[in-house]
Design a protein. Structure first.
Length: 285
């Protein structure tokens, strides 16, 4: 596969890092044009080094990785939580007409549960209202998804589920299981549910990785890099996504899926203040 040429010169050390990165992560070769455009907006070697460092730590999941994660979630539900098909509804937290990741994930979970005897289509529900209506008193609800960022969205949906269950005089156990989650979401979700599980726990890309003086420098450099992004993208305002939604500082990309807005916008925001839309490293709708 041919690799595009870099638009600007970089240091010998950064070139070595770049070469090792592309050899270790073949997906970067497929996104090489966007990767090099990203490096081209760096003003100096320190910014370029930060970008290379962050890209090297993007938690990249292939379709096979996601299949393994779904099997691990299935094992958690059936063996460690000891939930059975008789008592359990596996649900998406989708409550809108528009498609979202949780809707797709529930559908994908059917495949791994098909390997476990007894589970039926009726165990998998796409939508909160249907799940609350169908679950019986004393049974269990398991919310599944591929990713959880700040935890705020899940908290809101769990609060809604509890409110509706209370209105219907039902008492159910509630669990949350995801393929990957930011560690910061634990404090938000764990107090609300019977158990919260992630196959992979993720730390903040800058704040949980560097210590001073490198931390201060990295934060300064990222603020500068984000400052050259356009203030708006459609209805989205950049100020709402600085360092990722809720400042999550996520480094997560599941190949073939729509990446979360918890990632640094540097990697997915489609426009700079000057010029047309750019080719981004991890495209997002």
């Amino acid at each position: 596969m041919e690799i595009d040429r870099l638009p600007n010169q970089i240091s010998r050390n950064d070139f070595g890092v770049l070469l090792k990165l592309t050899l270790r992560h073949p997906w970067l070769i497929r996104r090489s044009s966007a990767f090099y455009d990203l490096l081209a907006i760096c003003e100096n070697e320190r910014e370029a080094s930060l970008v290379l460092n962050l890209v090297s730590r993007i938690n990249f999941f292939t379709p096979n990785d996601q299949l393994d994660a779904r099997r691990r979630i299935c094992e958690k539900i059936t063996k460690e939580w000891s939930l059975t098909q008789v008592e359990t509804q596996i649900i998406a937290i989708n409550d809108r007409e528009l498609a979202d990741s949780s809707s797709a994930y529930v559908q994908q979970m059917k495949g791994v549960f098909a390997e476990t005897c007894g589970w039926k289509t009726a165990n998998f529900i796409n939508g909160l209202e249907a799940a609350v209506e169908r679950v019986a008193d004393g049974k269990a609800i398991v919310v599944v998804d591929d990713f959880c960022g700040s935890g705020e969205s899940v908290r809101g949906k769990v609060d809604w589920i509890k409110k509706k269950l209370d209105e219907q005089k039902k008492t159910c156990k509630i669990y949350v299981a995801v393929a990957a989650a930011m560690e910061q979401s634990k404090n938000v979700i764990e107090p609300l549910v019977d158990s919260y599980f992630a196959v992979t726990w993720l730390k903040k890309g800058i704040s949980d990785h560097f210590s001073d003086p490198e931390l201060t420098a990295a934060l300064t450099d990222m603020r500068r890099l984000e400052s050259i992004l356009h203030e708006r993208h459609g209805r989205k305002k950049l100020q709402d996504y600085l360092f990722g939604w809720r400042a999550s500082e996520a480094l997560y990309y599941s190949e073939g899926d729509n990446p979360p807005n918890n990632n640094f916008p540097l990697f997915w925001w489609p426009r700079l203040k000057k010029g047309p839309e750019r080719d981004v490293l991890i495209p997002r709708i």
